[in-house]
Ligand binder design. Structure first.
Ligand SMILES: [Zn+2]
Length: 58
């Protein structure tokens, strides 16, 4: 099983991509079946910098 991490680009924090759901942003993981029948684990990270808000504030 392979774990893939999806994280926000240029986020303010370092995302911990060493484990599953082991990051401060509280990522959510889900299994994703590939064409050859194996299962990959997708860990989706959340942006912590409040991107939309900070862009408003600038
Ligand atoms: Zn993260």
């Amino acid at each position: 099983m392979t774990t893939y991490h999806v994280e926000p680009v240029d986020d303010l924090i370092e995302h911990d991509t060493s484990g599953q759901e082991d990051c401060v942003c509280g990522p959510r993981s889900r299994p994703e079946k590939t064409d050859d029948g194996s299962v990959n684990w997708i860990v989706v990270h959340n942006s912590l910098d409040g991107r939309e808000l900070s862009e408003e504030a600038r």
